[in-house]
Design a protein around this ligand. Structure first.
Ligand code: AMO
Length: 429
């Protein structure tokens, strides 16, 4: 019976493995194969004088990256990967691989990101690339565990919607029978409506769509957002939940993904909580001191500003107390100074990872804030209605999955954290 390659040890007597032909080295009388599955690599050694004829025939015919199934005896060998090798009694070609390969899986020939993404299924065969997705899988699973432990309901909100959530122009229109509809930018309105439904603590991990034209290393047109909303909570409560989640996800990766971290060759540290809270006004002062371009109170944090502040902070941190003028209509203003809102961004030194706020839960104030942003309350009727029927105070945030994984693993481009990224130029594969 086939076993995962990682389970073949120097003490094993026999083993049957299946996987891809990673490398072939023919030394005349000896041929070495490296066979790879998702758990590891094993050396298969064929001594031409001793091997059965059928094994020799298959070994001669097989091309790199073909799928093979090999069974035989195991011997401890110091120099081989994992300290053992397999001498095959049977060697079956399960699925041949055409050549030449569009992409070199052993990375002897480096490929640019576009070539890699064009042949993504082959690219992900590289252990170093597969490691990213093993980590991402753990980051996702850990989030489900965290929220389940804390009594959150998992919700799924519609991705086909009629109104903009964030009020911007970043919407993808779609043909929806005789109407126009859009791909949703954020579960924002729906997770808030579930507070009126009495769910108290909800989370969703799902796609968000943003028709942002710019092509950067940290924007996608389809991203994954980890969203929460909590009733009877304020911005401080949900900031605590956010830093706890991020630390929990890092700890899960440290605990369960040692092999992936080793494949990636990175230093991995679980961030310490609590993350510092940096008031927006102070963040602007730091940026103004450190960057060349002018920046003043009331401006958004530009990329160079984020980088300069991140350098100074050197760890995860929150920027808190943003001017209401540059936050969405749903952010709650402070009672004693409505020009500032109970909103925050959570930052990695490299970039923003999350935005959130205590929300406006009073119907009339919300209508006024929608109007103040130049939006039409009529197009938010379905959203506004619950606010008139017993909406508790609530707060929440959205955390970008790809940016979280990108910064966790020190990836240069956000596309590396997505299997099949969608950007300005890429809708295939
Ligand atoms: P915001 O628009 O700041 O907030 O998004 C929250 C987080 O989602 C990620 N993100 C993206 N990642 C990659 N590419 C994109 N185009 C992209 N857009 C967003 C980022 C960002 O910090 N409704 C609010 C959240 C809330 O208040 O609950 C919202 O969507 O990591």
């Amino acid at each position: 019976m086939r076993i995962p390659i990682c389970e073949v040890t120097p003490d094993s007597e026999r083993a049957e493995v299946a996987g891809w032909v990673h490398e072939v080295r023919d030394l005349g009388g000896l041929t070495f194969f490296l066979i790879r599955d998702r758990t590891g690599i094993i050396q298969v050694t064929i001594v031409k004088k001793k091997a059965p004829a059928a094994v020799l025939e298959a070994a001669k015919a097989v091309s790199r990256e073909s799928v093979v199934r090999v069974a035989g005896t195991v011997k401890a060998i110091d120099k081989a990967p994992g300290g053992r090798e397999l001498t095959p009694e049977t060697f079956e070609i399960v699925a041949p691989c055409a050549s030449p390969l569009p992409l070199d899986v052993v990375e002897k020939v480096p490929a640019d990101l576009d070539t890699r993404l064009d042949a993504r299924f082959l690219d992900v065969r590289k252990p170093r690339v597969a490691a990213v997705f093993k980590v991402r899988s753990t980051v996702t699973t850990a989030a489900y565990e965290f929220f389940t432990q804390r009594g959150f309901y998992n919700i799924t909100s519609p991705k086909i919607v009629a109104a903009a959530t964030e009020g911007g122009t970043e919407l993808f229109p779609i043909a929806y029978f005789e109407k126009e509809a859009f791909l949703n930018q954020s579960p924002q309105l729906y997770k808030q409506m579930m507070m009126a439904a009495g769910f108290e603590k909800v989370f969703e991990i799902g796609p968000i769509f943003r028709a942002e034209e710019h092509n950067t290393v940290r924007h996608l047109n389809e991203a994954t957002s980890i969203d929460i909303e909590v009733s009877f909570a304020d911005h401080n409560d949900v900031m605590k939940t956010l830093e706890d989640l991020v630390a929990f996800q890092y700890a899960a990766v440290a605990d369960r993904c040692a092999d992936a971290i080793a494949d990636l060759g990175i230093e991995f540290e679980v961030p310490k909580t609590p993350f510092p809270r940096l008031p927006y006004a102070e963040a602007i002062e730091i940026a103004a001191r450190k960057i060349e371009e002018p920046i003043a109170y009331g401006d958004d944090l530009s990329t160079p500003a984020e980088r300069a502040i991140g350098e100074e902070m050197g760890e995860h941190y929150f920027v808190v107390d943003w001017p209401s003028a540059i936050r969405p209509y749903y952010a709650m203003p402070y009672e004693n100074d409505p020009s500032i809102s109970k909103s925050f961004d959570m930052m990695h030194p490299r970039m923003e990872l999350s935005s959130g706020a205590q929300r406006v839960h009073q119907h009339d104030l919300l209508v006024r804030q929608i109007e103040a942003k130049g939006l039409n309350p009529d197009s938010f009727e379905f959203y506004l209605q619950p606010f008139a029927y017993g909406m508790p105070p609530h707060a929440g945030w959205g955390l970008g999955m790809e940016r979280l994984v990108m910064t966790m693993l020190g990836l240069q481009n956000i596309r590396e954290a997505v299997l099949f990224p969608r950007d300005r130029h890429r809708v295939v594969p």
